[in-house]
Structures are given as C-alpha cells and as structure tokens.
Design a protein around this ligand. Sequence first.
Ligand SMILES: [Zn+2]
Length: 260
Amino acid sequence: MGAWIKGILLMLGISFQLIYGSPTLSKPAGPYTFLLPPGAVIIDPGHGGRDPGAVVSHQGSEVFEKDIVLAASLMLREYLQQQMPHIEVHMTRDNDNYFTLQQRTQQANSVIPPEGTSRVFISIHANAAPAGSAAGFEVWRYPGRKVQRFLTSEVKDPYFEGLTDSFNLLLQQELEHADSLLAESMHAELARSLEGITPDRGIREENFYVLRFARMPAVLIEMGFMTNPEELEMLLDEQHLEAIVRAVGDALQRFSESLP
Ligand SMILES: [Zn+2]
C-alpha cells in the first residue's frame, strides 16, 4: 500500500474519530432513537375552526368532519388517560380552533417524551368521496422507502438539537421501521375491531405534511366515509367511536410489544 493511501486512511480514521468518538459508527446515547415504547402520544384531530374538513348534510343540517374527529380524539385522550396512564397524552387541538399543519407538527415536535420512551403522532380524520358507496377505514403512513426525511435539515426541533448529518440516514431508517410497525399495529387492531362493520381499505402511503414533518412514528387514520350514509350514522354513534378508540389503544400496546 502506498504511503499516500495510508496517509489518507489515517486522516479518514482521525476525522472519523473526531466526529464519532470511536472508529466504529455507533449512535450516540440519548434521545436519538425511535424504537422505544411510546411514553407520549400526540393526538391530532384533523381540521378545526375555519377549516371544517368534509361537510355533509344529515337530517336537514350540516355535519362537519372537524367535529366528528374532535369527538373521537377527545374520547381517545380519555381512554388513554384511564387505560394507559403511563403514557402522556397531548393534543394539537382540543377545541374548535384552527391550527396550520406547520403549527401542529411544531407542537408535536416540541413534546419531550419521558426518559426511555418515544413519542407517537396519531392524526384522526374522516373520509369523503364523490361516490356515496365508498366505504371503509384507512391507515396512512409516510412513504419512507421512497421519500427520505432529512431530520437534521427540516424543521428545527430541540429534541434533535446537536444531531449531525452523519446520523441522519441511520435515524431515517429507524424511523421508517418504526413507522411500519406503528402502521401495521394500527391496521391490525382496527381491522380486528371493525371486521364485518366497515371494510378494510388497508395501509396506504402518502407524503402528507403532518406525516413528513412529525419527527416520530406517525399515522393518519381515516375512520370511515362521511359521504356514505351508513358510515355517517356510525361516525355519529358514540359506541362506534369507542370501538375505534379501543382499537387505537390496543394498537399502541401492540406497537410497544413489536419493537425490537
Ligand atoms: Zn380530513
């Protein structure tokens, strides 16, 4: 081996050591991991205020998606507080106020989960389609395999302060894995709970703003179609929302247990 090659390798080794503290690439200790059981959940009821979401008429009056998803989200908060008191529950809104998608993700990213735990983002929506026959629930996740998230260069976040680009790829892969586990857990429990009640439209992927910029495992749940008269009745029924809420709670448990 030529001396100049040795010199370059030595320099690389030294810079590696300067960056990572040791020649082997390893993650720093601390909060830089997504593969921990959830200790904080951020519930995001879609829309709100001047943004009603889907609007349909029901018995002569208008029904707004923002109200249905807020009702479901408040029930989810109560359920988690009672059944899973070890998990902190945060909400991007708990009233009829309007918040931008950026405000929602910034609020979620400002949550510091208890030590040894991670945080999870759950956005709650109800669907609409031109065809009144469209029916079923959907679980949406970020298409991490196709579109990478750059954790260091996007929205600034105290949770990831000090994170270097070198760990970006490692963390992206971990987040993608955590996203998969969360979406699979959500889908499995909702499918189990809603079997024979509303069709299963599966796990879907989209580059939704809240999924992209929430720096944590994140899912968006479309509970059912407001434009389908039968499903609208279900979405206005507290017992049906309770079944969904219990499934989401079970899914968080399942997600915890599925972590490597
Ligand atoms: Zn929506």
